[in-house]
Write a protein that binds this ligand. Structure first.
Ligand SMILES: Cc1cc2nc3c(=O)[nH]c(=O)nc-3n(C[C@H](O)[C@H](O)[C@H](O)COP(=O)(O)O)c2cc1C
Length: 183
């Protein structure tokens, strides 16, 4: 789930790299891109729409069918982006009882940690608890080359550890959902 709709966004490289890493583990991924979907600022939530346009149906399907979420958030003024928050707000029940794993990035030295912490609260409200670890990518403009290849190898080890943890929660939640959900 990408969080930037800026024309020169760094987030696409981060999102594609993370998606590839998840796919390497045998999972299917869907890249939710608010720019590609051309999502407007929220008027009605999906469940309130009488005759949803295809882009909203697609968003709903992707969120509903997923077993977990990996938001790729930039940090804008010490929080997540308006574009990511807007994308998240279209749905609610679709997220319930599925875990999230937060990836944040920035051009600064702290890798968007403020955005990641705020996003944790938002995902809690969406009913999608975030795993204890989050992955911060500092100086994101120096981490990938122009083709999206990883330059800074320190992230190879860090993402594997992060995804090992996410895999554990994905499986645990999935197993538990087969027994039913409280509401
Ligand atoms: C409106 C705005 C606010 C920003 N605020 C922060 C910030 O609070 N902390 C930070 O480390 N970087 C900040 N940045 C720099 C971003 O980390 C950098 O632009 C990054 O590439 C944003 O991700 P994107 O390119 O995918 O949009 C900000 C950038 C913008 C456009």
């Amino acid at each position: 789930m990408l969080g930037s709709v800026r024309q020169d966004r760094n987030g696409v490289k981060v999102g594609k790299w993370v998606a590839k890493k998840i796919e390497d583990r045998g999972h299917k991924t869907m890249l939710i891109d608010p720019m590609e979907l051309d999502l407007p600022i929220l008027d009605r939530m999906y469940k309130e729409m009488k005759d949803p346009e295809p882009k909203f149906q697609k968003l709903h399907e992707m969120i509903f069918s997923a077993d977990g979420y990996v938001p790729i958030t930039p940090e804008y003024n010490h929080t997540t982006s308006a574009a990511l928050k807007n994308t998240l707000d279209y749905c609610l029940e679709e997220y319930f009882f599925k875990p999230s794993a937060i990836v944040s990035y920035s051009v600064g030295p702290f890798g968007g940690i403020n955005a990641a912490q705020h996003l944790r609260q938002i995902f809690a409200e969406l009913g999608s608890p975030s795993i204890p670890s989050s992955l911060q990518i500092s100086k994101v403009h120096e981490v990938f080359d122009e083709n999206g290849g990883l330059i800074s190898q320190e992230y190879e080890k860090r993402i594997e550890r992060f995804l090992d943890e996410f895999d554990w929660y994905l499986e645990a939640f999935k197993n538990q959902r087969t027994k039913g959900i409280p509401y």
